[in-house]
Ligand binder design. Structure first.
Ligand code: SF4
Length: 403
């Protein structure tokens, strides 16, 4: 049973834009395939959801947001007017803090100069470009709609519109079929000098075209060894060029960390709106209907389009906190480690999986890139050493279902 109400003012909002012109073969996201984004349908559904969120009261929006992140899907498929429309829905006063970080994701094929200029005018000040590779064959293999020239052009378009704070996403550990040369892709991204780079290892999800090809033996996933080699090689290249490896998958020039993601990693409250979006305000986590049509139908009635929710119990909270601590370069404050935990981390220190660092005069334990490759396992080990409670004994955890 869900009982406690959560009323911390929320300063961070994620907005999901569901439309993509084609589904990439590895994609398992909450996507609706359409050639043109339905900006009117999108804003109408978001407006309905925001009314329901306001009535519900458990995720009250602060008068001024600190971060706003529009992800997808392909937000750029919604065209030039979508960000202005979103600003009107949220209320311009909420976006008036000069320190607001407003990120929008874009794919090169739909990121035109008109889109970039209109987004900048609406207040977007950071763009995350879904580039994934600069290799023609790899882009075709993934099912992407842009080529290498499109990716370079998108970076130029962003800069011309004043969107200098940009991030480029790359995927590594592609199967041999993609004919990708990882070094060439890293050289290409470095030549563009984006202030932020995100790297994601390809994962095979059941139900995707890639999942089917792998299950039928038509595609062989990259070996663990290659995954490790490509990750460590990228870390070496990017850090040698002055990027700070501040989170397992993220690299930034000084002052260009993603503030929105820091909210997630720091365990602070956030509201997610749109299909499939998650919201969290300790201890409540809830998530929306994943299918766009189901979500839009419920949101249009002014009801909460929530699929499910849970109160995160003490054991789950501790494991999550440990996992989030270990994800970033802040690591775990040393004084939070008890005797058994220190015995565990001493093994990590000896084997090069972690190091001790000093932050603001306080000692921390942080993982090295080799440790980050084992993040999930190490988080479980540390949680258990800290006295993690097995989930079945965690009486605080409960689930409730709206639908
Ligand atoms: S562009 Fe992104 S969200 Fe859309 S199908 Fe491809 S991977 Fe999925």
């Amino acid at each position: 049973m869900v009982s406690a109400a959560s009323t911390v003012p929320v300063r961070s909002v994620y907005v999901h834009a569901p439309f993509c012109a084609r589904r990439c073969q590895y994609c398992d996201f909450a996507v609706k395939v359409r050639q043109v984004g339905d900006v009117d349908g999108w804003t109408a559904a978001l407006a309905g959801e925001l009314r329901a969120v306001s009535r519900d009261g458990r995720f009250p929006l602060a008068p001024a947001l600190g971060t706003l992140y529009v992800g997808g899907g392909t937000p750029s498929l919604l065209g030039p007017d979508c960000m202005g429309a979103l600003a009107r829905l949220l209320g311009p006063g909420r976006l008036a803090d000069p320190a607001l970080e407003w990120t929008a994701e874009a794919n090169p094929e739909s990121f035109s100069p008109e889109v970039a200029t209109a987004w900048r005018a609406a207040g977007v000040n950071r763009v995350s470009l879904g580039v994934q590779s600069f290799t023609e064959s790899a882009l075709r293999w993934m099912g992407r709609l842009h080529g290498p020239a499109g990716a370079r052009r998108a970076v130029e378009i962003a800069r011309r519109a004043g969107l200098d704070d940009l991030s480029v996403d790359l995927i590594f550990a592609l199967p041999d079929e993609a004919n990708r040369v990882w070094k060439a892709d890293l050289d290409a991204v470095l030549a563009l000098e984006p202030p932020h780079v995100s790297l994601y290892g390809l994962t095979v999800e059941v139900g995707t075209p890639l999942g089917k090809s792998v299950a039928e033996g038509r595609v062989r996933v990259a070996s663990e060894e290659r995954y490790r080699e490509e990750y460590l090689y990228a870390v070496e290249c990017l850090t040698a060029e002055g990027y700070v490896h501040y989170e397992v998958s993220n690299f930034a020039r000084s002052g260009h960390d993603s503030q929105h993601n820091r909210v997630y990693w720091g365990g602070a409250a956030y509201l997610g709106i749109g299909n499939g979006a998650h919201s969290f305000s300790e201890p409540l986590r809830r998530w929306n209907l994943r299918d766009w049509d189901d979500y839009a139908r419920v949101a249009a009635t002014g009801e909460l389009p929530v699929a499910s929710q849970e109160m995160v119990g003490a054991a789950a909270r501790q494991l999550e906190r440990v996992w989030l601590w270990l994800r970033t370069d802040h690591g775990v404050p040393w004084d939070q480690l008890n005797g058994p935990a220190r015995r565990v981390v001493r093994r990590w220190l000896k084997t090069g999986l972690a190091l001790r660092s000093d932050e603001d005069g306080r000692e921390h334990l942080r993982l090295t890139p080799a440790g980050w490759l084992l993040l999930d396992r190490l988080a479980v080990d540390l949680d258990q050493a800290l006295g993690g409670v097995p989930e079945e004994r965690d009486q605080e955890s409960s689930r409730g279902y709206y639908l």
